[in-house]
Design a protein around this ligand. Structure first.
Ligand code: ATR
Length: 279
């Protein structure tokens, strides 16, 4: 029987997930499909609660449904539990709905592929932002054994809330402290929307940042954000945000279709071309 999966959320029209999973289905000659299903917030509880009725083997979940989907699951993996949000669902053999969050794994998978050994001796990281993407990054860094993850956000209270969620190895600090904090960090991650096309620029002084510190941006439109361009110019190792998008899809595809796919230059070119057509 044809195995069907889908991206669900609201809106889903601009999702690149069908392109990524469609590429892998064709590459591996799998008889399956990956669809787009718009699930507005007022329909979300019913959709995930009655997931068995959908005819899908599983689905991805995007904003604003990740929390509702997690709550509808019979079981969550460690990441989804820690984040309180699920982006990947599937039915197990007993028909129970299982939820995972692969965003953090995508963040790690991208760095492992583009900057191998990036986490050797990394003990301190600064994460800008305190939204859903920041949760995934904080979870990922702590799961890799980074000892101190400093969360810096415009709205301090949201950073403080994440400190409570993630515990003593995460520390909330004020935006005004950022430039001083950069002096002792081995990694800077932007999870805010600053620097994205159409958004205000991310204006921070990198002067104090050690040249060995890794700089990565979750924004991928433009692919080389002004932050990454400045970091690269002063010699910092950098990783762009497109890799996380592709790598978060890997464990989901494997779960639904039984093959672990690879993130290749060919896939990257395909997604980039699509972004160029309709950003
Ligand atoms: P996501 O799920 O992608 O993380 P989000 O939950 O909307 O998206 O979070 C957006 C992040 O970008 C937040 O940390 C937000 O800061 P606030 O919590 O203070 O809103 C940050 N952000 C957005 N616009 C910003 C701006 N102009 N200056 C500073 N931070 C900004």
């Amino acid at each position: 029987m044809k195995r069907r999966a889908a991206i669900t959320g609201f809106p889903v029209a601009h999702s690149r997930s069908p392109l990524i999973h469609g590429h892998w289905l064709a590459e591996h000659g799998i008889e399956g499909s990956y669809e787009k299903i718009a699930v507005p917030p007022d329909a979300a509880q019913a959709f995930y609660g009655d997931f068995r009725e959908s005819g899908l083997v599983g689905c991805n979940v995007t904003v604003p449904n990740k929390e509702v989907a997690a709550a509808a699951c019979d079981e969550l993996d460690d990441a989804a539990r820690a984040m309180g949000a699920a982006n990947t669902l599937w039915l197990d053999d007993a028909g129970r709905l299982i939820g995972a969050n692969t965003d953090g794994l995508g963040f790690l998978g991208n760095l492992d592929q583009t900057l191998p050994g990036w986490d050797n001796g990394l003990s301190h990281a600064v994460v800008l932002g305190a939204g859903g993407a920041a949760r995934a990054v904080i979870w990922a860094l702590l799961s890799r054994g980074v000892k101190t993850v400093v969360i810096v956000n415009r709205t301090y209270q949201k950073a403080a809330d994440l400190q409570v969620r993630f515990g003593a190895d995460s520390i909330a600090r004020h935006w005004e402290d950022l430039e001083e904090l950069l002096g002792k960090t081995g990694m800077l991650v932007n999870t805010t929307s600053l620097g994205m096309s159409g958004q205000p620029p991310l204006e921070i002084d990198l002067r104090n940042l050690p040249e060995s510190a890794i700089v990565t941006d979750l924004v991928y439109v433009p692919l080389e954000t002004p932050l990454l361009a400045r970091a690269r110019a002063r010699g910092n190792p950098v990783a762009d945000g497109l890799g996380m998008l592709m790598h978060q899809a890997v464990p989901a595809f494997e779960r639904w279709f039984g093959v672990r796919p690879r993130v290749t230059e060919e896939l990257r070119a395909l997604v980039l071309a699509d972004l160029g057509r309709a950003p």
